[in-house]
Unconditional design. Structure first.
Ligand code: HEC
Ligand code: HEC
Length: 282
């Protein structure tokens, strides 16, 4: 009897240990996404003249003042009063992937929901698990104002999204540049009517005004003169992770170079494979 009890206790402890290891793996994956390719803090952590404000990691408050909106980045720390601390995991997941808050209000731009709809189930759980571990910061953020109508939803409910195949660098790179990293959001021109012209993915052209003046998203397709077709892999990686163009010019925000600098070598390789696979755009 006693022997069986001990065996059961040992099995339960082992199971709890395995579950904890799995949780830790999920949190580590979430931290990697949020702090590198996802660059959530590039919008959600307020910046001072010397970079992200200390003690304000993901605490929101940055203002995006553009003709169609004055959007304020939300506090996405687990503070129960001013952040997402009272939301369930499912509510947080729905907000990130589909732009729906627990009270039904839709999340507006520039949060790139159109692309976040493609975040895989596993990565979405990882992001949620990591956000739970971030230190809560009390920071009440004013509501955004939209002078354009927001859609009632960004599309039908997303039921299941699989990870990209591990043995397909271009597919993995497409996932990194789209749903996880939203490179193609900034680097794809708008068509008439306000939607992105995905037939010209990577062609650049969108202006980004800010304290730095106005930077214009560059052509990152393999076109030999208009794009990065003549650049070496090292030059592309230096631009993405170091903010230095092939000719040595320092690149301006809002691209989150410091976040991309934390990407793994494997992810950078896959990202390159995808960029090299894009149809060259003049
Ligand atoms: C390009 C800027 C940008 C990026 C990148 C971005 N967000 Fe946001 N996010 C915003 C803005 C602005 C809002 C508020 C929009 C509004 O008020 O409707 C927001 C809202 C949210 C909300 C709703 C919170 C609330 O209290 O209403 C969540 C959750 C969120 N973002 C999570 C994330 C996560 C996780 C990432 C990274 C995977 C991310 N965001 C990346 C700009 C961004
Ligand atoms: C928030 C918008 C934004 C996002 C997201 C973004 N970029 Fe950029 N990117 C820009 C802008 C704007 C520039 C031009 C900056 C300048 O000229 O000073 C730029 C410059 C570049 C350059 C340098 C090109 C040149 O001719 O010098 C490369 C390469 C690049 N981006 C690739 C990427 C990749 C890959 C990703 C995703 C991992 C990405 N960008 C995400 C806005 C963005």
């Amino acid at each position: 009897m006693i022997g069986r009890g001990i065996a059961l206790a040992v099995a339960l402890v082992a199971a709890a240990g395995a579950a904890r290891a799995q949780d830790q793996e999920l949190v580590a994956r979430g931290r990697y996404i949020v702090e590198s390719i996802g660059g959530c803090g590039n919008c959600h952590t307020p910046q001072g003249p010397n970079g992200p404000l200390p003690g304000q990691h993901l605490a929101g408050g940055a203002v995006f003042d553009e003709p169609p909106f004055r959007a304020v980045a939300s506090n996405i720390t687990p503070d129960p009063e001013t952040g997402i601390g009272r939301w369930t995991d499912a509510q947080l997941a729905l907000a990130i992937r589909e732009g729906k808050r627990p009270d039904g209000r839709i999340i507006g731009p520039p949060m790139p929901i159109e692309l976040y709809r493609g975040i895989s189930d596993r990565d979405l759980s990882a992001i949620v698990a990591y956000l739970r571990t971030v230190p809560p910061v009390r920071n009440a953020v004013p509501a955004s104002e939209y002078r354009i109508p927001l859609p009632p939803a960004y599309g039908p409910s997303v039921t299941a999204v699989a990870d990209p195949p591990a043995d397909d660098p271009v597919a993995r790179g497409r996932y990194l540049a789209g749903p996880l990293g939203h490179c193609v959001e900034c680097h794809t021109p708008m068509a008439a009517g306000g939607a992105r012209d995905w037939s010209r993915t990577g062609a650049g052209g969108q202006p980004f005004p800010g304290p730095w003046g106005t930077s214009v998203a560059r052509n990152i397709t393999p076109h030999p003169s208009a794009g990065i077709g003549a650049w070496s892999d090292v030059q592309v990686v230096r631009a993405v992770t170091g903010g230095v163009s092939a000719d040595g010019r320092r690149l301006f925000p809002p691209m989150g170079y410091a976040y991309y600098a934390r990407m793994s070598e494997g992810d950078l390789r896959d990202l390159l494979a995808y960029l090299r696979s894009l149809p060259p755009q003049p």
